[in-house]
Design a protein around this ligand. Sequence first.
Ligand code: GDP
Length: 184
Amino acid sequence: GARAAAPRGSWSSESSASSSCWEHRVVLLGDPGVGKTSLANAFAGIQERDLLEQHGGGCCVAGRGSLSSVTPGEESWRRSQCLQVGNAYVIVYSITDRSSFESASELRIHLRRARQAEDIPIILVGNKSDLVRCREVSIEEGRACAVVFDCKFIETSAALQHNVDELFEGVVRQLRLRREGKEP
Ligand code: GDP
């Protein structure tokens, strides 16, 4: 039934940082409106996305895994799915929205709980860095949060395509390091 389908809003994308298609699923988590879809689109490009969807590409960037908007029932099923399926996680908040920053910490805790024993790459992302006048979360706060949660940190602007490539290259690098670390 519908519940067995892939999470809505998930798609595939070939990494510009990798010569072969990723075998990895990167899940973007964060409050609604923080820019998950924009980030993934900025990275993937619509055409590439459609192409890979058709081929059922082996690599995936799944979006809209928002935790704060989920309610019991199907939504919580979707939430736990999102927390289980990723090989890497991008936790996104908006630098213009303090509550989304607080949600990011919650997401990190949920993720830790769901994947306790695993060493999964996680990157904390402060998006909308172009909206300097509306900033509610400083870059220092973002960095400090990443230290506490033991993950990487980057500020991006999906609107200006600033640091978007760096973000996804960072994800790929971390996935690679872990894969190479595991193989003899
Ligand atoms: P999602 O709900 O997390 O997937 O967020 P969306 O990607 O749909 O973005 C929500 C709104 O924020 C849209 O109107 C986007 O155009 C806008 N937005 C996303 N990223 C940025 C950014 O980096 N800068 C600015 N100024 N707006 C952005």
